[in-house]
Design a protein. Structure first.
Length: 299
C-alpha cells in the first residue's frame, strides 16, 4: 500500500514521513523541487509535483492508495488544495488526511484560515474517505525566535495574554499517521491541541526557566512586530498573520474540552506539553552555542 505525503519536506510533512517510515509504511514524498528529491530520507520514493500545476499531479497520484495533504500558506492556497483533491479523486485514492487549522471558521478575515474552508468542503464532497485534522498554533514556530530569546532575552511571539492551546508538530504528525494507517477515522474531523494554555507572558517565563535567565515578552504591539516580520516574510503574509495575532490577543485561541478529547483520541495518549518542547529546544540551543564557542576557541 503506497502512501503519498504532499509537502513532505516541510515542518509537518517531514515528521509525517519520519513517522510513517518508523511504522514500515511504503512512502512516496512529493516535493516541488527536483534538487530536494535527492535529499529525501532513505527508504522513500521521491516525486516532483507542484500544487499550482494540475498536470504535474497526475503522475504524483499514480498507484497511490492513501494520501496526506497539507497546503502551504500561499496567495493561491485554495486553488492549490482543490487541485490536489481533484487529482486524488482522479487517481482513485482510497483515504485522504487533510491538515487544516484549528477553529477554522473563527478567523474569516485571515486568508490562510478562510482559504481552507473550500478545501475542507471539496474533501468532504469528493467521495474519498477522509479525515481532517485541525491543529492549533505549532510550538515549533518558536524555533524562529532562537536569536531574540538566546541573545536578548526577548520573546517576540505576539500571541497576547488571553491564551492559546498550542501543540507540538510531532503530535500533529502522529495523529495524521494514525488516521492514515488505522481504521475508524473516516468522516471525522479532529482538533489537535496542546494540554496547556500558553500566553506571551507564560511562554517567556518558561523559556526563562529552562535558560536560567530572564526572558521578557515583547508585548502586543503588532505594528512593531510587522516591521520586523516584513524583513523575512512577504507583505501579504505579514498582513495575514497580523489578523490572526490580533484575534489571539483579543479572544485567545483556545480548545474546548471536546477538542482536547479529540486530540487524546486520535493520539491514544496525552499530547506533549509546551514545557517539554522548550526543555528540548533550549538544551539543543545551549549545546549549539557551546559547540560554537569551542569551535571559536580552538580555531
Ligand atoms: N504554523 C502554525 O502554527 C500552523 C498551525 C496550524 C495550521 N498551520 C498550517 O500548516 C500549513 C503549513 O504547514 P508546514 O508549516 O508544515 O509547511 P512548511 O514547513 O511551510 O512546508 C510546506 C512545504 O510545501 C512545499 N511547497 C511549497 N510550495 C509548493 C507547491 N507549489 N507545490 C508543492 N509543494 C510546495 C515546500 O516543499 P518543497 O520545497 O520541497 O516543495 C515546503 O517544504 C499551512 O496550511 C498552515 O496554515 C500552521
Amino acid at each position: 500500500m503506497k502512501i503519498l505525503v504532499i509537502c513532505g519536506t516541510g515542518t509537518v510533512g517531514s515528521q509525517v514521513v519520519a513517522n510513517l517510515l518508523k511504522r514500515n509504511a511504503d512512502v512516496r514524498v512529493m516535493t516541488s523541487s527536483a534538487e530536494k528529491v535527492q535529499t529525501l530520507p532513505a527508504g522513500t520514493e521521491g516525486v516532483v509535483g507542484n500544487l499550482k500545476d494540475k498536470a504535474s499531479l497526475v503522475n504524483v497520484f499514480k498507484g497511490i492508495e492513501r494520501a496526506f495533504l497539507l497546503t502551504p500558506v500561499s496567495q493561491t492556497e485554495t486553488e492549490e488544495g482543490l487541485n490536489a483533491v481533484q487529482a486524488a479523486k482522479s487517481g482513485g485514492v482510497k483515504r485522504i488526511v487533510y491538515m487544516s487549522v484549528h477553529r477554522l471558521e473563527d478567523i474569516p478575515d485571515a486568508p490562510h484560515f478562510a482559504g481552507k474552508i473550500p478545501i475542507e468542503k471539496a474533501i468532504k464532497e469528493s467521495g474519498i474517505p477522509y479525515t481532517i485534522i485541525r491543529p492549533n498554533s505549532f510550538y515549533q514556530n518558536d524555533y524562529w525566535l532562537k536569536d531574540p530569546i538566546m541573545q536578548y532575552g526577548i520573546y517576540p511571539q505576539p500571541i497576547g495574554n488571553v491564551g492559546v492551546h498550542r501543540v507540538d508538530v510531532r503530535d500533529i504528525a502522529e495523529g495524521a499517521v494514525n488516521a492514515l494507517l488505522n481504521d475508524g477515522h473516516a468522516g471525522k474531523t479532529y482538533s489537535l491541541v496542546g494540554p496547556d494554555l500558553i500566553t506571551g507572558e507564560s511562554g517567556a517565563k518558561i523559556f526563562g526557566k529552562y535558560l536560567g535567565k530572564e526572558v521578557v515578552y515583547a508585548g502586543d504591539d503588532l505594528d512593531k512586530w510587522a516591521e520586523q516580520a516584513k524583513m523575512m516574510l512577504p507583505e501579504w503574509m505579514v498582513n495575514d498573520f497580523r489578523v490572526m495575532f490580533k484575534h489571539f490577543q483579543t479572544k485567545g485561541f483556545m480548545a474546548t474540552p471536546e477538542h482536547r478529547a479529540e486530540t487524546e483520541w486520535i493520539l491514544g495518549r496525552k499530547p506533549r506539553s509546551f514545557e517539554t518542547f522548550v526543555s528540548e529546544a533550549t538544551t539543543a540551543w545551549k549545546q549549539e552555542a557551546k559547540a560554537g564557542v569551542t569551535a571559536t576557541a580552538t580555531s
